[in-house]
Design a protein around this ligand. Sequence first.
Ligand SMILES: [Mg+2]
Length: 351
Amino acid sequence: MPLQLTFRRFDLKLIHNWTIATSQQAGGKSISPIVLLEVRDEDVVIGYGEAAPSLRYGENADTCLEFLRKIDKVRLSFDDLESSRRYIELIAPNNYSAKGAVNIALADGAAKKAKKPLHEFLGLKFTEGKHVSSISIGIDEPAEIRAKTEEVAAYPILKLKVGSPNDLADLAALREAAPEKTLRIDANEAWTTKEEALRHIEEFAQDRHIEFIEQPMPATNSPEDFAWLKARSPMPIVADESYMNAGDAERCAECFHGVNVKLTKTGGVMRALEALRAARRLGLKTMIGSMVQSSIRTSAAAHLAELADWLDLDGNLLVSNDPFRGVTMQNGILSFADAPEPFGLQVAPRE
Ligand SMILES: [Mg+2]
């Protein structure tokens, strides 16, 4: 019996209108469509998957649905993730979020069949109490930034989206509410030239509690520009949009201090593992990041936490209608202690 596949679009509702450097013109967004996938075998093992597509990588809910419709389910198996992955690669290039949905669902089913949580199935550990994630604050008016910072007072690490004309006022507002809290900043490719990027980074570096900056320039800028900036930057620079997968590791080792690995870019769990390991072998710091997404993807990524120096897995906390339960985050600390399911991704639909 081939596996049964079902999938549907689901609109995540954002708690706060979500704006980053690249969506300022559009005025941010209040819903974020995802695609939920279920893969079921004849023993009624269910693997759950999710695509959290981003137009930045050429995907939306429609392209994900279209990709999933092309799958010949006879070619998928819970028992051979690698050949299933190779088959999925052949359907079409790119489409990494849609491919990731399939890989996540198959990995969930495979680990459930092995009666192991996903991290153990992959040969990793997940230590309760050890893995701390940042929580993100989008671009906004300074008064809103201050209010949002107060809302997340219990979280030990913040991440502020920057790249707007009001960055320094936003930072000052955040500092009124959280004077010395560890902060990470993410420019999402905002600054066009290396000189402009350096000028902004030097301004931010006046704040001694900023740990690093993500993606100051467009990924299309030359490696020479990034290497120039790396040599001069007063704080570590982390590749996000510049680091799709393990194939980018060597170039990124020249240009950045660390890389941000996301399932939406790698095409799922197995290639995220490769992307993390390749970066570590080259001495890069590693981060695991998320999109606006449900507990399915957030839990899948959390199972890889052992391989990350920094975690940014708040994607499901930014929404008010998460359709699943899984990993929890209390004051920034990720935990599977209350997970609704002992094996696989350790997720289950909300009643
Ligand atoms: Mg980023």
